[in-house]
Design a protein around this ligand. Structure first.
Ligand SMILES: [Fe+2]
Length: 447
């Protein structure tokens, strides 16, 4: 009996040390809704030989996937480690699919994956996330309690420099830990913020490109090209090698979820969306999404917001006419650490100053939309959902309406929060919830 208990303990310990970061789901390079569907499954393990295998349950059978491939990341201060990846294939759209992982023949992990849905679905959205605060963990638990089908993070994924060591310390343990085991169950999507792609002396910075697996259908930028995320030769070589084809291209991309088309834009200062390469991609992407019921643009730096913090970070505003031309419904941003919602807006820029300064223009504000009785919009609703974990900005403005811009309709900065998007055919419901699941704001938009 004692021997059996000891054997069980040893196998449990072996399972624990089998990986450095537990298995997490990503959309992978699969931008379009498809049948069958696929998902990428990633995990991090020590840099030593092991035989990994992944199986997906189909009916009563376990179907082998893969084999898993790995890239090695040797960027201090973490010891060199392997980033494993396998694409789970032939998945039934919308299903919850059990999967299991073996290492050297022993099952070390199992969970259920939520496959992308073709129709009605729930997406959770928040930004300015992994700073290692108690509020970050509380929001992660509240998100898990909403049972989303996928999660989108609107940038500043990981503080302070998007480093591998920071992901290890306060990203994966929070979003894939026992209290909020989200990443093993649903795909996480995201966009880089200013904290994710720094210029810097840290060899493990910009880990986004090595750790995430998202569509590679963005502007075809080469390393060092204008608009590409900058890295320093001799400092970031290990990260670039581990990123493979994801660097620098994965910074912007698009994908469909249900009947929603998401255009995901790297809004960092080095990316000039007024320049021809990026602008042409954006326009082509939105044009190609004509068949979608809903169009969402997700980026880190908001176009319109009321906080005094970052008030002049308006360099994405000149994109408004293009977004309006192609019928974008919603812009989701972060950067500003609170929750804000505008009325539907149309904006014509009249004076674009140096980047980092105010962009002036004329506003046409849809005053009739109220999200309850009048649910059709004339213009784009801009959401800031940057209250996902980092310290809040300007909490006093929550109750100081006179400090809001005239087109701001909701402003909550006295508590952390996240957005829940429920999309059902031609109805989109947006709710902002706090860490206790209390509703701070809610609107319905219809077509
Ligand atoms: Fe930011």
């Amino acid at each position: 009996m004692r021997t059996l208990a000891l054997l069980a303990l040893v196998s449990c310990l072996q399972a624990q040390e089998a990986f450095l970061v537990k298995h997490y789901l990503q959309l992978g390079d699969a931008p379009k809704v498809a049948a069958p569907e696929r998902l990428d499954l990633l995990w991090h393990a020590e840099d030593r030989e092991a035989t990994w295998a992944v199986e997906v349950k189909a009916g009563a059978r376990w179907v082998p996937q893969g084999p898993p491939a790995f890239r090695r990341l040797a960027a201090p201060p973490l010891p060199p480690h392997r980033i494993y990846r396998v694409t789970l294939r032939r998945l039934v759209p919308g299903a919850r699919v059990p999967y299991r992982v073996t290492r050297d023949g022993q099952v070390v992990f199992q969970a259920e994956a939520q496959v992308r849905k073709a129709g009605t679905h729930r997406m959770a959205v928040f930004g300015d996330a992994a700073e290692g605060t108690p509020e970050q963990a509380a929001i992660a638990r509240a998100v898990a309690a909403q049972h989303p089908d996928a999660v989108f993070i609107t940038g500043d994924l990981v503080y302070g420099r998007g480093r591998a060591a920071e992901y290890r310390a306060h990203f994966f343990p929070v979003y894939n830990g026992e209290e909020a085991p989200l990443m093993r169950q649903v795909p996480f999507l995201g966009v880089v913020g200013n904290h994710d792609v720094p210029f810097g002396k840290w060899p493990d910075a910009s880990a986004y490109f090595a750790y995430w697996s998202q569509p590679l259908n963005g502007p075809a930028l080469k390393a060092g090209a204008p608009g590409a995320a900058p890295v320093t030769a001799g400092v970031h070589d290990a990260m670039v090698a581990a990123a493979g084809s994801a660097f620098p291209r994965m910074a912007s991309y698009s994908f469909d979820y249900g009947r929603v088309h998401w255009t995901v834009v790297d809004s960092n200062l080095y990316a000039d969306w007024e320049g021809s390469t990026l602008k042409a991609w954006l326009e082509a992407d939105l044009k190609a999404a004509k068949g979608a019921t809903w169009r969402v643009v997700a980026l880190h730096h908001p176009l319109f917001q009321s906080s005094l913090s970052h008030a002049e970070d308006q360099w994405m505003r000149p994109l408004s006419p293009i977004l309006e031309k192609y019928g974008v419904d919603l812009v989701l941003a972060g950067h500003v650490h609170n929750y804000q919602r505008t009325a539907p807006i149309r904006f014509t820029p009249t004076r674009v100053g140096p980047r980092g300064r105010a962009v002036e223009g004329t506003f046409a504000v849809d005053e009739t939309f109220d999200g309850r009785t009048v649910t059709r919009t004339k213009g784009i609703i801009h959401i800031v959902t940057g209250a996902g974990g980092a310290q809040l900005y300007d909490p006093w403005q929550t109750d100081a309406r006179s400090s809001w811009q005239p087109w701001t309709r909701a402003f909550v900065s006295d508590r952390h929060s996240f957005t829940v998007l429920d999309v059902d055919g031609r109805t989109l419901r947006l709710r902002q919830l706090d860490a206790q699941g209390r509703e701070l704001d809610a609107i319905t938009v219809t077509k």
